[in-house]
Each structure stands twice: as structure tokens, then as C-alpha cells.
Design a protein around this ligand. Structure first.
Ligand code: ADP
Ligand code: MG
Length: 347
């Protein structure tokens, strides 16, 4: 016999934990959200430090604008954001975040500590702590240079069912490094550090010219990547496509070196994937995957980024135009490769 239960509003902590299911899948999702916040804050340096693949500790430190003392408790509340105020803002949104959900979600499933300072005086910082959001966030003075540090400890400590889905330290760290790679490839003007278990794995200075940009790509993707890639930079009908596409001879069995950015945002999009696949169709063996790092730049008003909570998808106002531009740009670049280079090779 089913019992009829009364309808109740979920308590905020449970509501946040449910929302966390969408945004926080594993340590790499936390890293992505924290780095995106650091980028949105206008940071020039972002340092990421992990322990235990991120399950034990994830720390992201930036030198951005910081959060004012009065705003600190709000920063951890759901649907609280400084990035949009109106529907018009949403339609032209330029920041990576805007849902106001990440910190609320993360703090509901971890022990979160945030220290921030908006002033140049390092003594003027503030700390806010939330442990699985058991209690209201507490704010106290704490020294910090201008900018923000967020430490996330013991991810999923209070949601054992979620914690069980975490893989080995090595696997979780591989996901974190991939998230880091994507974001470091999205902003050459920012300096980056990645440390795991006290070891520095990446230290990337801001890249201010083309040569430094190439050094960053090599540092993140291995030296062989650029040796086997074509550089391109094409503009037409208000669209610009630049970056590197792998020679057909440098294909891979898996789609694990494919990076596509739309206006600086990491994007995995079916229309984009289709255009690229078509362009490579005649020069790659069946089942082989091309490698690429490509940047598409277009008027933010003609692309909608508000499609999915993790924001990997986009919707172009004129999908056909974008598809044809990508296809023809890549097709032409690949056709210019000398025939003996373009011959398919499973290598
Ligand atoms: P969103 O990024 O969608 O606004 P978040 O939950 O990620 O939502 O962050 C909430 C708010 O906290 C942001 O809108 C911003 O004002 C502030 N914030 C978070 N991280 C930082 C940071 N590293 N530097 C400055 N402000 C931050
Ligand atoms: Mg955010």
C-alpha cells in the first residue's frame, strides 16, 4: 500500500546536493568550475594544487578581483551571481559562469574554505568556511593578497554513494590534467601552475607572442604535436578560425587530442565535430581520429552558450554558415598538404 506524503520544499542543503549531481561529477569538474571563476575574476596567474587526485584536496589560487566581505556568504548561495542581472545580460554573456550554482553545489558535497581580498593591502582579506553546508557559512578576517583561494577538501565526504564512483587517484588526476590543459589552451595571456602531491607538473608563463604560444601548446600536448600539424588562420563572413590541425599522417586511434574553442570557451559540439570529420573524410583512414587545437571567433550575439549546465554545448544562430566555414577552411588547408604527406597512414 502506498502512503500519501505531503509535499515539502527541499531544505537548501539537499537542494544543493541534488544540483551538485549535475555540476560536480568528479574532482576535474570542481577544478573546471574553480578555474572558470578565477578566469572570470580577471586573473593573470592561476595556481592549481591537488592531493590524492583531487579527492583529498583541490586548491585554486588566483590574483583576480576578489570578493567583497559582504558578498562572501552570498558567493556560496545557490542562484547568486555577480555576472548577470537581466535577460539581456544572459543573451550576450561573456563570462564563463553565470548560473551562480558552482560554489553552492561544491560546498554542499565537500569541506570548502574560501579566502579572498579585493584590496591591495594583504592584511585585509576574509575567510569563509562551509562544511557540507551543515551550518551557515562563517566569515572571519584572514590575510590574503588581492585575489581568491578556494580549497575543497574531502570531496563527497557526506555523499558516500557519489564517493564510490571515484576511480583511482591516477585516473582522477588524468581527468583533472585534461581539464587544466583545455583551460590553459583557452587563455594564453594567463600564467598557470599545476601541482599534484607536491610535484609541479606544469608551469606556464603568460604567452605574449606566437612563439611563446607554440611553446605552451608543446608543453601541454607534447613536442610531436606541432611537428605534425599545419598552422592556419582564416577569416571570412565575420568568422575567424585559427590554430593547428594535425596532418592526416598524424591521426590517432582515439579522439583524445581534439580541442575546439568558441570565443575562448571549451566546446564539444556535434555541428563542429561533423564539419571537421567531413573535412578529413577523404584523407584519413576509416576509424582514425584527427588531432587539432582550433579557435573559432565570432560575434557573441550570434552564439548561445546557455544550453547546458556544464556549458560544453553551444547553439549558433546560423549553424549552416559556421559548418560550411569550418569545413571549407579545413578542407582547403588539408588539400594544400603535399600528396605524399596527405596519404592516409595508420601509423
Ligand atoms: P557563477 O560563476 O555562475 O557566478 P559560482 O557559484 O561559480 O557562480 O560563483 C558565485 C559568485 O562568487 C560569482 O558570481 C563571483 O561573484 C564570486 N566568485 C567565485 N569565485 C571567485 C573568484 N575566484 N574570484 C572572484 N569572485 C569569485
Ligand atoms: Mg562559476
Amino acid at each position: 500500500m502506498t502512503q500519501t506524503r505531503r509535499i515539502q520544499i527541499l531544505n537548501p542543503r539537499l537542494a544543493n546536493q541534488i544540483a551538485a549531481g549535475e555540476v560536480v561529477e568528479r574532482p576535474s569538474s570542481v577544478v573546471k568550475e574553480l578555474i572558470e571563476n578565477a578566469i572570470d575574476a580577471g586573473s593573470q596567474r592561476i595556481e592549481v594544487e591537488l592531493e590524492g587526485g583531487g579527492a583529498r584536496l583541490i586548491k585554486v589560487r588566483d590574483d583576480g578581483g576578489g570578493i567583497a566581505e559582504d558578498d562572501l556568504p552570498l558567493a556560496l548561495s545557490r542562484h547568486a551571481t555577480s555576472k548577470i542581472e537581466s535577460l539581456e545580460d544572459l543573451e550576450g554573456v561573456a563570462s564563463l559562469g553565470f548560473r551562480g550554482e558552482a560554489l553552492a553545489s561544491i560546498s554542499s558535497v565537500s569541506r570548502l574554505e574560501l579566502v579572498s581580498n579585493t584590496a591591495d593591502n594583504p592584511a585585509a582579506g576574509w575567510r569563509v568556511v562551509a562544511e557540507g553546508r551543515q551550518m551557515e557559512p562563517r566569515v572571519s578576517p584572514a590575510p590574503h593578497p588581492r585575489g581568491t583561494s578556494v580549497a575543497v577538501r574531502d570531496l563527497f565526504f557526506n555523499t558516500p554513494a557519489r564517493r564510490k564512483f571515484l576511480r583511482t587517484e591516477k585516473t582522477e588526476f588524468a581527468h583533472v590534467e585534461e581539464a587544466f590543459r583545455r583551460l590553459a589552451l583557452s587563455r594564453y595571456d594567463i600564467g598557470w601552475t599545476l601541482r599534484h602531491n607536491q610535484k609541479t607538473l606544469h608551469q606556464l608563463r603568460p604567452a605574449t607572442d606566437a612563439a611563446a604560444g607554440e611553446r605552451r601548446v608543446s608543453a601541454l600536448l607534447g613536442g610531436k604535436f606541432l611537428d605534425n600539424a599545419l598552422h592556419l588562420d582564416i577569416e571570412a563572413s565575420g568568422l575567424r578560425l585559427w590554430g593547428w590541425v594535425g596532418l592526416p599522417t598524424h591521426s590517432r586511434a582515439q579522439a583524445d587530442q581534439q580541442y575546439f574553442f568558441v570565443n575562448g570557451r571549451v566546446v564539444r559540439d556535434r555541428l563542429v565535430a561533423h564539419a571537421i570529420r567531413q573535412a578529413y573524410r577523404d584523407v584519413l583512414f576509416h576509424g582514425r581520429q584527427p588531432v587539432f587545437v582550433l579557435y573559432l571567433e565570432l560575434d557573441p550575439a550570434v552564439v548561445d552558450v546557455n544550453v547546458h549546465p556544464t556549458k560544453h554545448e553551444v547553439r549558433f544562430r546560423d549553424g549552416r554558415l559556421v559548418h560550411d566555414f569550418l569545413f571549407s577552411s579545413l578542407h582547403r588547408a588539408l588539400a594544400e598538404v603535399r600528396p605524399n604527406e596527405a596519404r592516409p597512414n595508420a601509423g
